[in-house]
Design a binder for this molecule. Structure first.
Ligand code: ZN
Length: 118
């Protein structure tokens, strides 16, 4: 006898009818549980997609927190500031405000920026 059909933890009387009733209610519960798992719409969690911020599009992302970093190589980055907001992107400098509201700037040379989740 499989464990799920065992009645050793049940409170009903140990008659054939009581055991049958118990099995039916278990099956009903199992079906309800299975359909709740399968017929539900997929749970949609908002997925944050990071955007590369450039001199061209930074104004569109001026209200988004970004991470600024130096590109060291194709796959290496050195973070400069995280969670800051860009306030200007010139030929030489990028201005940004940090979380203390202070305006700072960093050189555009090798600079990368991308939005991060607020
Ligand atoms: Zn039972």
């Amino acid at each position: 006898m499989s464990k799920i059909q065992s009645h050793e933890n049940c409170n009903h009387e140990s008659s054939k009818a009581a055991r049958a009733k118990c099995r039916r209610s278990r099956a009903k519960f199992a079906d309800a549980f299975a359909s709740a798992l399968t017929d539900g719409t997929p749970i949609e969690t908002p997925v944050f997609e990071s955007v590369n911020v450039t001199r061209e599009n930074w104004r569109d992302h001026a209200d988004s927190p970004v991470v600024l970093f130096t590109r060291i190589s194709d796959d290496e980055e050195a973070p400069i500031a995280e969670g800051v907001k860009i306030t200007g992107w010139g030929k030489q400098w990028v201005n940004y405000v940090n979380d203390e509201g202070k305006t700072k700037r960093t050189a555009v040379t090798c600079l990368g920026a991308r939005t991060i989740e607020a």
